[in-house]
Ligand binder design. Structure first.
Ligand code: GMT
Length: 380
């Protein structure tokens, strides 16, 4: 198949999922064309069967806001026509689904019929998409997609509850490439962070409000009052400054390191003992799954799709959003019980195996075939 993939190129789950999916599809022989405004960050090396189409903008003084959607739709028309794509798969509805719809209409006027699959990732439904600023376009473009997938059962439910959706929504969960996410021995690195053998907690996110980084720090504050521990905060975003100030105000900076954006996530996870994800909302929680693949149990909130990934009292613990006392208590419980910790580590890895790319990618292949088939029948 020749597949066009539209995604955000930046750090963030939807871009990671789109890029890893595209690379995996290319490895089994499909021709994959990424379309984005920048090279996706996980597409850093040459990959056979992969082409990148950069959406470029012509700047003009009249444009206070460059019309990205128009440029993207034009680039998609170009890619479909000249690379003979069979299907376009857009990740994150805004504005990708409506740009794809526009491209589809332009192509149809020229007698070319291209099916569109939209994958809903999270805030495109639960936060931004619901906003009246975008809602009519999101609803319309979801309904105009030939296929719609959601990354968790919870996100599917949210979509059906919040939007007047007439297209069937298929759940295809996110995945990880287990072979790249295995626990590796980084003893020297661990010693550098925790010289006295303290347990290491880790949080990785884009530091947006929805991630509740302040709850990570508050959980850690309560834990460190009982046992020595270290906290690694990985990533960057709007809430980072506030988080740094919170650490200073609490006087616990010595035990916390802000590492900023990092590429070698598996190496960082390999030195960690617990992963914290206290999100306000989380349709899936890819970072939690990556932690589990490195045998790191997860203490998370019970928001959104998190209970589908983090199994309470097996792979980690779930607490109500904002209940940092409970999260700290769970962390204490695990870190002071070696036997329990060993069981949870094993459970976490077993759970991660269920989401290996080898199991999930074929679901996308099958889904594409079905949608292409339907579209052909419709247009014959
Ligand atoms: O919705 C977002 O915040 C953006 C998106 C991203 O690009 O990081 O994150 C969502 O998609 C990820 C990949 O499917 C999921 O793992 C995240 O849970 C989801 N984020 C939220 O629902 C907050």
């Amino acid at each position: 198949m020749k597949i066009g993939i539209v995604c955000y190129p930046t750090y963030g789950g939807s871009g990671v999922v789109a890029t890893e999916l595209g690379k995996a599809l290319a490895r089994v022989g499909h021709e994959v064309h990424f379309v984005s405004y920048k090279q996706p960050f996980r597409l850093s090396s040459f990959e056979q069967n992969v082409t990148f189409h950069e959406v470029s903008f012509t700047n003009y003084p009249l444009f206070e806001f460059p019309p990205y959607e128009t440029a993207l739709a034009s680039k998609l028309v170009d890619a479909v026509k000249y690379s003979n794509l069979d299907i376009i798969h857009v990740h994150y509805a805004i504005p990708h689904a409506s740009a794809a719809f526009l491209a589809k209409q332009i192509l149809a006027a020229q007698g070319i019929h291209i099916p569109i699959v939209t994958t809903l990732h999270g805030t495109d439904i639960t936060l931004v998409g619901k906003d009246v600023t975008y809602e009519p376009v999101v609803t319309f473009s979801i309904n105009q997609s030939d296929g719609v997938t959601a990354v968790s059962e919870n996100l599917k439910k949210e979509t059906l509850d919040s939007f007047d959706v007439t297209t069937e929504v298929e759940v295809i969960p996110n995945f990880i490439d287990l072979s790249t996410f295995q626990h590796s021995n980084k003893a020297h690195f661990k010693t550098a962070i925790a010289p006295d053998g303290e347990p290491i907690l880790i949080h990785i996110s884009n530091f947006r409000k929805v991630k509740r980084v302040h709850d990570v720090i508050d959980t850690f504050r309560q834990l460190v009052a009982r046992i020595p521990a270290k906290l690694l905060l990985v990533g960057d975003g709007p809430e980072r400054k506030k988080a740094e100030q919170q650490c200073r105000d609490l006087g616990i900076c010595n035990n916390i390191r802000f590492l900023g954006k990092q590429q070698a996530i598996n190496e960082l996870l390999s030195v960690a003992d617990l992963f914290l994800m206290p999100s306000e909302n989380e349709s899936f929680g890819l970072a939690a799954l990556e932690a589990m693949a490195c045998e790191v149990p997860v203490i998370s909130s019970n928001a959104g799709g998190l209970p589908e990934i983090n199994i309470h009292n097996e792979t980690g613990f779930l607490a109500e959003v904002g209940n940092t006392a409970q999260m700290a208590q769970y962390a204490y419980l695990l870190l002071t019980d070696e036997e329990k910790m060993a069981t949870f580590r094993k459970n976490a890895l077993d759970q991660a195996k269920c989401f290996d790319i080898k199991r999930i990618m074929p679901k996308y292949e099958k889904y594409y075939e079905k949608i292409i088939d339907q579209s052909k029948k419709l247009n014959s």
